[in-house]
Design a protein around this ligand. Structure first.
Ligand SMILES: Cc1cc2nc3c(=O)[nH]c(=O)nc-3n(C[C@H](O)[C@H](O)[C@H](O)COP(=O)(O)OP(=O)(O)OC[C@H]3O[C@@H](n4cnc5c(N)ncnc54)[C@H](O)[C@@H]3O)c2cc1C
Length: 416
């Protein structure tokens, strides 16, 4: 093993959203030369693929109740609202010079350029411009706490080198999309150092059906209301739905997918019920009686994409040329039920390979909200996705990474 003789005031592990922001914030209060260690060849790889390559930098509104955590909701609230949304936006627009534009329909903020690369590059430039250095292709294997009061942390690299630091910010992310560099090493290190890792699960991930009974509808998309009855917390959403070759995706499915992954981890298979339009089962029951001369197919196609309408009529065992007058009560009830509360036959999910975030993580009670310092290991500061919190799609998860990253950077810079 080789040990660098330098004692760094601060080492940041991970040059993703949270780590880059932490390094920028720490440098802004003059902590001295900061060293950022990053496993991938250029950092911020999740930023690059975010928002379909456009990077949904922030949401236009932020409500802590939209977030999911097994930790204290009060801790989550404090951490999330620590850096107000308006100030976050100001940072990107005024300091990084990345003007943002609001996408009215979704309430999401994107760079005017629509290029995620601009966001990643500006963050990396800002880190370097503030005198900090980033070592890419450098993987951290372990963290060794100070042996005595006043002694440094030792950061052990995978090539055997050791780096000493007065304080360490760990921003190594969760388990989602491991190809971007985050494989859970940081969580394993933290568990070994005595932290509580609340159960982990893929979140914001597409669902699959095996066999893929709806693969013939792949590509069909529409607005739906999706509901998972009988679970705690937010379990009903309205939003986009997409049929895929293997199952189901789109914002509504992604935003509730954790209820499937968590349910399965606990041995349950919660039902996912879809209302394919604004109409409930009872609304449909009424509509399917209103104009006796109309054909079933014409009435259903008024509210649903044609291919889906035809498929649901077929699944109800109704002949599409049937008129409403010919539709028997049992057939009508069955069809109304498939149109207003369709049980999605999902059997699994795409897992961490496609999950936008990791659910669960380090219990929020174990970080001090004033500076993000670990309450278990002083001198170690935590931020970003490795903490037990995630929000819906829409810029919420970056808002979490920016806010906690900044606070951790400021906190570590003031490490006693
Ligand atoms: C496809 C996709 C699209 C998304 N789109 C959006 C969006 O538009 N808006 C939004 O708000 N959120 C989006 N997200 C979520 C968002 O990207 C994450 O919430 C956010 O990136 C988490 O930031 P982080 O810095 O905590 O973790 P990460 O971004 O995962 O960064 C962790 C960094 O640490 C490095 N690292 C890990 N382990 C080590 C180690 N041992 N040694 C050295 N380095 C290490 C990794 O290489 C990585 O660079 C998306 C996610 C995905 C996967």
């Amino acid at each position: 093993m080789t040990r660098s003789d330098d004692l760094h005031p601060l080492v940041v592990v991970g040059a993703g959203a949270a780590g880059l922001m932490a390094a920028i914030a720490a440098a802004s209060v003059g902590v001295g030369p900061i060293l950022v260690l990053e496993r991938s060849r250029d950092g911020g790889r999740k930023i690059l693929i975010s928002g379909g390559g456009r990077c949904n930098v922030l949401p236009s509104t932020l409500d802590p109740r939209d977030f999911v955590t097994a930790s204290s909701p009060n801790s989550l609230r404090k951490l999330l609202l620590d850096w107000p949304l308006a100030e976050q936006r100001f940072f990107f627009e005024a300091e990084l010079e990345i003007p943002l534009a609001l996408e009215e329909a979704s309430g999401k903020l994107f760079p005017v350029s629509n290029r995620a690369r601009d966001v990643r590059d500006a963050l990396v430039r800002e880190v370097r411009g503030s005198g900090s250095s980033i070592r890419f292709d450098t993987s951290v294997e372990d963290l060794v706490p100070p042996k005595a009061s006043g002694a440094p942390w030792t950061v052990i690299l995978s090539d055997g080198q050791q780096v000493d630091a007065r304080a360490v910010v760990l921003a190594s992310g969760g388990l989602s999309v491991p190809a971007t560099g985050s494989d859970g090493t940081g969580l394993r290190i933290l568990a070994r150092l005595g932290h509580t890792v609340n159960p982990l699960y893929p979140a914001l991930t597409p669902l699959v059906a095996e066999p893929p009974v709806h693969s013939d509808l792949a590509g069909v998309s529409l607005e739906v209301t999706l509901e998972v009855p009988g679970v705690r917390g937010r379990s009903r959403v309205r939003g986009g739905f997409l049929f895929t070759h293997r199952g189901y995706s789109g914002p509504s499915v992604l935003n509730l997918s954790h209820l499937a992954t968590l349910g399965r981890a606990e041995g349950r298979t919660p039902p996912f019920l879809v209302s394919w339009s604004h109409h409930t089962v009872d609304d449909w029951d009424d509509r399917l009686r209103e104009n006796p001369g109309s054909r079933v197919r014409a009435v259903v196609r008024e509210s649903l994409p044609q291919r889906l309408a035809d498929r649901l009529i077929d699944e109800a065992g109704v002949t599409s040329e049937t008129s409403l007058a010919q539709l028997g009560r049992a057939d009508r009830r069955r069809l109304a039920s498939l149109l207003g509360a369709y049980p999605l036959p999902c059997t699994g999910d795409e897992g961490y390979r496609k999950a936008e975030v990791t659910g669960g993580g380090i219990a929020l009670e174990e970080v001090n909200p004033r500076n993000m310092e670990s309450r278990i290991r002083p001198g170690l500061y935590l931020c970003g996705e490795l903490l037990d919190a995630f929000g819906p799609i829409g810029g919420y998860n970056f808002a979490w990474a920016w806010a906690t990253g900044r606070r951790a950077g400021l906190g570590a810079a003031q490490n006693p």
